[in-house]
Design a protein around this ligand. Structure first.
Ligand SMILES: Cc1cc2nc3c(=O)[nH]c(=O)nc-3n(C[C@H](O)[C@H](O)[C@H](O)COP(=O)(O)O)c2cc1C
Length: 403
């Protein structure tokens, strides 16, 4: 089972990444998805409809005013027909028009008419266009209304710049779309996720931190909500938007994260520790800024509480999943942590070599008592769905809540 929507409207916006839509259509067809393509006026400058027609095996719609289309009302017919709408690439202009309810072409009009269907958006644009507050506000608005925003990824851009704004690759988009099949796999479940780094203050302006971006935890929270769970996210200091439908609690230090997690864990079905929590904190936090004095400066560190270990001691105990970022002996270290912390599942990854911390992609070896699997390199959004499928499967097999 591919897990993808069977009938998909693919909207193509006016951006350089439109060429990737050809590959996307081809790969969706390979997976037996029935694709109907709708191009914006901008998209027609980048791609010929004939190519997409040949790839999709269906007429390509470009106009709201096409009298030959279904009952001359393509927007309503297509909206009724589709299981889901995917816009890839979603240009800055398309995002703005969708966010503000415009109905000035076929794609935006049918998106309004299909407002009871899931909407997936794969933005693609120059990094400064993406970072502009207007674009960010539009994306927030769309997210808040339940749209699934895929990416964008960082990297080299067609305009020669480097930054965030590349459309996700077709395979990554397809992987993320596969949540469609699992929308209710976590329905009725309560899920608590921790994400991001912690900051351990040295003085009013300095702290000890780590390079965690929070992306994995946020992707898990978003995917869990998408799969029907009631989700609480305890976030360390990160610059990420709250996923739609997720309750967020912001914390700063390991001790604050410990307190928030232990406060919210009772009654949860699943707790996922995806935060990179500092093992140690400075023994003393200076109330005044530390001045430059001697050549050597010694800070004494003391152990922070172990959140997962304390969660494992709860009774009843929720299903507990953790992460292990290792630089060596992946399986041995993961198995040790699984046992030592009393976890139900651990997702282990090697850090470094462009994987793990601060990246969009990752790859995991996943272990649980009596089993393991490998999740190959993929965007964190995609891995989140794969991990939650495993968790949901184990919960269903166990029946009921925690142990
Ligand atoms: C060569 C070229 C490349 C462009 N690439 C992008 C792009 O990658 N993303 C984007 O949002 N806009 C891009 N634009 C601007 C859009 O094409 C323009 O905003 C257009 O109105 C979008 O129309 P749409 O609503 O049909 O997508 C590009 C324009 C040109 C001329």
């Amino acid at each position: 089972m591919s897990g993808l929507p069977r009938r998909l409207v693919l909207g193509i916006g006016g951006g350089i990444a439109a060429y990737k839509a050809c590959e996307l259509v081809r790969r969706l067809k390979e997976r037996d998805v029935d694709v109907r393509v709708v191009m914006t006026a901008g998209a027609e400058h980048f791609l010929g409809a004939a190519t997409l027609q040949a790839l999709s095996g269906q007429p390509v719609r470009t106009s709201l005013w096409d009298a030959s289309a279904e009952a001359a009302m393509s927007h309503i017919e297509l909206a009724r027909w589709a299981d889901a709408i995917l816009v890839a690439p979603a240009s800055a202009n398309v995002l703005a028009r969708l966010a503000h309810g415009f109905a000035d072409d076929l794609l935006t009009t049918l998106s309004l008419a299909a407002s009871d269907r899931p909407l997936w958006l794969a933005p693609a644009m120059n990094r400064l266009m993406w970072a502009h507050p207007a674009t960010q506000a539009n994306v927030e608005l769309l997210r808040a209304r339940g749209a699934h925003v895929l990416g964008p990824a960082s990297g080299e851009q067609a305009c020669g710049e480097v930054g965030e704004g590349r459309m996700l690759e077709p395979e990554a988009i397809i992987a993320a779309l596969s949540i469609f099949e699992a929308p209710q796999m976590l329905a009725g479940r309560r899920v608590l996720v921790s994400a991001g780094p912690t900051h351990e203050d040295l003085d009013p302006v300095r702290f000890l931190g780590n390079r965690s971006s929070g992306r994995m935890g946020f992707a898990l929270a978003e995917a869990a909500a998408g799969m029907g769970a009631e989700v609480t996210l305890v976030a360390g200091p990160v610059a990420l938007a709250t996923p739609a439908g997720v309750d967020r609690i912001d914390v700063r230090s390991a001790r604050q994260m410990h307190a928030a997690m232990l406060e919210h864990a009772p009654g949860m079905d699943v707790v996922i520790g995806a935060a990179a929590v500092a093992d140690y904190r400075p023994e003393q936090r200076q109330t005044r800024k530390i001045k430059k004095q001697d050549d050597r400066f010694t800070v004494t560190l003391v152990r922070n509480p172990d959140i997962l270990l304390d969660l494992a001691a709860l009774s009843p105990r929720p299903y507990l999943a953790g992460f292990a970022a290792e630089t060596e002996a992946l399986e041995d270290n993961a198995q040790l942590k699984l046992q030592a912390k009393g976890l139900d599942l651990i997702a282990a990854n090697l850090v470094g070599e462009g994987l793990g911390i601060e990246t969009q992609d990752n790859a995991f070896s996943v272990f649980w008592r009596g089993g393991s699997t490998v999740l190959p390199r993929a965007p964190k959004t995609d891995l989140a769905v794969s991990l939650l499928r495993i968790v949901a499967g184990q919960l269903a097999a166990k029946g009921g809540r925690g142990t």
